[in-house]
Ligand binder design. Structure first.
Ligand code: XIL
Length: 376
């Protein structure tokens, strides 16, 4: 997946919301004070799924200072920092860490008794400029890069020991190209697949209690899925401390099909590891995997029409039906962003095309797909 790195975007055309009325407390009001996690008058997603799995959401530190905070506290019991713990943002210079944003997310989670997933220790995107270069600007050796990865993982994981229950240790290391196994990232080009093994070992040494995940997308594709599973089996048989699998679940109204998702779960279950849906969103556009510019007029229609709403409602309903079916294997479901006010899909795969992939609209009210998720 190739995408432009954006920090935050609030652009988008006004949308026509045909959703359901206001029925869940603070989500209906921009003025109501934040409720605490003990407030039982609000029945949010975490309430409906209390016997199933953690309900999480990916957040920025800024969102936690807006009216979205109340919605988060009412609906969710898990947080993932959307960007704040990635290598670039948290470790911008070799001898300098930037903790403020990540710390503020941890503090919010503590105040509201929410679990935090760490995301992500080693990923080919959002890496800092210094990581692969020596003082002369030349590419570093394998030994130097592995040492830098070790220092990074050790420092970050130790800092949040006890505050973060699970880490995405390696993110997106498998290639989408059916002809190759590993992504041809700088990490891979310099270190080979050893960086994967080492990353898990160093994370485990830094916090033996953290649940360590391999996380990837396009897991519903049988070819890529087989490669992910084969890699994990290899790690398991080598005794590498890998404890769980994250299925990103950046899906769309046209995929996955029910049969495809069911098969996906069946295949991953064979690993006998806990699974999590780590980055759920359901785009209202047909799935595309590569970044591109807008095509006119095909991409101009960004309204959230009744047709899109109905398709999204069906798709969310189907996905959660299967999540419930596989609840004995699934320990968490995390949405990637809070509401249609802002999603990373507003800029990916089509740059500057508004998407509406989440359960809450721009006024933070639950959409019709929300009813499909809680109606069981
Ligand atoms: C995305 C963020 O949502 C964007 O804000 C950022 O510009 C790029 O990264 N897979 C992942 C996430 O593992 O970290 C990505 O998050 C989305 C795809």
């Amino acid at each position: 997946m190739k995408y432009k790195i954006v920090t935050r975007s609030r652009v988008g055309l006004p949308v026509l919301i045909l959703g359901i009325g206001c029925f869940i407390g603070s989500s209906c009001s921009n003025t109501r004070q934040q409720s605490s996690d003990t407030n039982t008058s609000v029945k949010g997603l975490k309430y409906y799924y209390r016997d199933y799995f953690t309900m999480g959401v990916a957040v920025s530190p800024w969102a936690l200072k807006t009216d979205e905070a109340g919605l988060i506290v009412d609906q969710f019991n898990g947080l993932t920092p959307e960007n704040a713990m990635k290598m670039g943002p948290i470790h911008p210079m070799e001898n300098q860490y930037y903790w403020k944003d990540a710390d503020s997310i941890i503090a919010f989670a503590k105040r509201h008794n929410m679990k935090v997933r760490g995301h992500a220790l080693v990923w080919h995107q959002q890496t800092p400029d210094w990581l692969f270069k020596d003082a002369e600007g030349k590419q570093v050796s394998k030994e130097v890069l592995l040492q830098r990865i070790k220092d990074h993982i050790t420092t970050v994981v130790q800092r949040y020991k006890g505050s973060i229950y699970a880490w995405d240790v390696v993110n997106e290391a498998i290639s989408d190209d059916p002809k190759e196994v590993y992504r041809q990232s700088k990490f891979y080009q310099i270190c080979g697949d050893e960086f994967i093994t080492k990353a898990f070992e160093w994370a485990h040494a830094a916090d033996p209690d953290a649940v360590l995940f391999y996380n990837d997308y396009n897991e519903i594709n049988p070819v890529k899925r087989a490669k992910i599973i084969a890699m994990i089996k290899q790690l398991q048989s080598a005794g590498v401390p890998i404890h769980a699998v994250g299925l990103q679940a950046h899906w769309a109204i046209n995929e996955p099909t029910e049969a495809q998702l069911d098969q996906t779960f069946k295949d991953f279950i064979e690993l006998k590891l806990p699974l999590q849906i780590t980055e759920l969103d359901i785009s209202v556009y047909s799935k595309e995997h590569n970044a591109r510019d807008k095509k006119v007029p095909a991409d101009a229609d960004t309204a959230y029409t009744t047709e899109k709403e109905d398709l999204q409602t069906k798709q969310y309903g189907m996905c959660f039906k299967l999540f419930r079916k596989y609840k004995d294997h699934l320990t968490g479901v995390t949405f990637w962003n809070i509401s249609d006010r802002h999603s990373w899909l507003d800029d990916f795969p089509v740059r500057n095309r508004k998407d509406h992939p989440l359960l809450f609209n721009r006024n933070l009210r639950p959409k019709k797909p929300y009813t499909a998720v809680i109606d069981f």
